[in-house]
Design a protein around this ligand. Structure first.
Ligand code: SF4
Length: 460
């Protein structure tokens, strides 16, 4: 303890830029044992750990750091899996600078503990030793249908199976994982890491039905009558539009269309990609982590140039700083304070450029927030062959919700009570379909809490 005076914060090694651009493998290496121990030993074991309070899952962070520094990986593995459905994934994809590490006491001049990287190390080291997450050895006669297989659903399934409740998971795509499989590129989260967790759920007794689209291949009302409860983790898949001229032009795509198309191509050589950015100029509009994912994916796919245009300045980007740095290292160009005005097309209706207006950030108001101000007459054009819109997602609000008396609010978000129960008492919901597009860790929390509420109801 107190080793922060002897050792600086150190991050895992990143792969060489030129090498990492040749594939979609993760760019960060996992800590080795000695580095993880030294970094974990920097923790001061605060009496009132802010990191724990800043973690949506309330992970036992100081405890597993202490066990890691004391070389007790078995116990660290156990307690990191107690509260989290997939700690090795959180360690890779959580924006730690805005969560646990942002609130670490040492983040005040000494450098926060590398909590996320140690979290990943604990799981990966445990897996190497043959440790596995624990599930109930005896399943009850209770059955829950989980709709969707993204982070909220995988989390719900994990905690339901741990309580001894049977789970049938229905996924409309050809593989489980939702956003973890098709929305987050492999350079941040390799797909074998997701599959490993899905496989353990299947091993624990979960029935996985892929290519099973609820509302088409299977009706929600039938599931409601057959199962003791339903969990909806159907995400937020409707892409937000900029509401500008020519937004539906040829060669204008949503972030998810690009990311999914590329990942499908990686999964199967016989898949025919719909979006080809090779040798083309690409403009990505947006400033969050998904925009960075699109930028970095386009670079790996061989784009001639990739420009990310964002209407605020660098300081006010909503995404993780780490992802911005990685994108910059990989060759992305940024056009800050650029607000799209219209999309320019040729006679064929294909995108040829985007007209932007320059903006400035206003002075912060009383709450400390600055807003965007357009500069009149500041139009400028950026030529492009492909346009990717990464402006976030909203819930899709499928018809089967209303048919089954599941209420949504005016923005299409599913309404739930404090137990994540919808207006249909047999149906629960959590993650992006309830909250709107948010973090993986938030979806995991809501899946966990809904599973606890369902277990309490069914097993009382
Ligand atoms: Fe930090 Fe996220 Fe892990 Fe919580 S889940 S400890 S916020 S990386």
């Amino acid at each position: 303890m107190q080793n922060f005076l002897n050792y600086d914060r150190s991050e895992p090694q990143k792969r060489n830029v030129l090498k990492r651009l040749k594939d979609f493998n993760e760019i960060y290496e996992v800590f080795n044992k000695s580095k993880a121990q030294v970094q974990a030993d920097r923790c001061v074991q605060c009496g009132d750990p802010y990191c724990l309070n800043a973690c949506p899952l309330s992970n036992f962070i100081p405890q597993w750091l202490k066990k890691t520094s004391g070389k007790d990986i078995d116990f660290a593995f156990k307690i990191s899996n107690d509260t989290s459905p997939f700690p090795e994934i959180m360690g890779r994809v959580c924006p730690q600078d805005r969560l646990c590490e942002g609130d670490c006491t040492l983040n005040d001049g000494y450098g926060a503990i590398t909590i996320g990287s140690i979290e990943t190390f604990i799981s990966e080291e445990g897996f190497k030793k043959g440790l596995k997450p624990k599930f109930s050895t005896k399943l009850t006669d209770k059955r829950v249908a989980v709709i969707g297989s993204g982070p909220a659903s995988l989390s719900a399934a994990t905690f339901l199976l741990r309580s001894g409740i049977n789970v049938d998971m229905f996924e409309k795509d050809d593989r489980a994982g939702g956003l973890l499989t098709y929305g987050i590129p492999g350079f941040k989260l390799e797909k074998d890491v997701v599959k490993r967790r899905v496989d353990w759920l299947v091993e624990a007794g979960m029935n996985l039905h892929v290519n099973s689209d609820v509302g088409k291949d299977v009706l929600l009302e039938d599931l409601v009558s057959k199962y003791d409860a339903i969990f909806l983790g159907i995400g937020a898949t409707k892409w937000n539009k900029a509401r500008i001229e020519n937004e539906d032009a040829k060669n204008s795509y949503s972030a998810m269309e690009l990311l999914k198309d590329v990942q499908k191509g990686i999964f199967s050589d016989s898949y025919e990609k719909k979006i080809d950015v090779k040798g083309k100029n690409v403009v990505v509009i947006g400033g969050g982590d998904t925009a960075m994912d699109c930028v970095r994916t386009s670079i790996r796919e061989g784009a001639l140039s990739v420009t990310c245009a964002y209407r605020r300045d660098e300081e006010n980007m909503p995404g993780s700083k780490k992802e911005f740095v990685n994108a910059t290292e990989e060759g992305a160009e940024f056009s800050f304070n650029s607000s799209p005005k219209r999309i320019i097309t040729d006679e064929d209706g294909s995108v040829t450029g985007v007209e932007f207006l320059q903006t400035v950030m206003t002075e912060p108001d009383e709450s400390g927030r600055s807003s965007v101000k357009i500069i009149d007459g500041s139009e400028f054009i950026v030529q492009t062959d492909i346009l990717i819109m990464a402006l976030g997602f909203s819930p899709l609000n499928p018809e089967f919700l209303a048919k089954n008396s599941v209420k949504t609010d005016s923005r299409g978000k599913i309404e739930v009570n404090e137990a994540f129960q919808t207006s249909n008492e047999k149906i629960y919901a959590g993650g992006d379909c309830h909250r709107g597009a948010h973090l993986v860790v938030t979806a995991a929390l809501e899946g966990r809490e809904a599973a606890m509420a369902i277990s309490k109801k069914l097993l009382r």
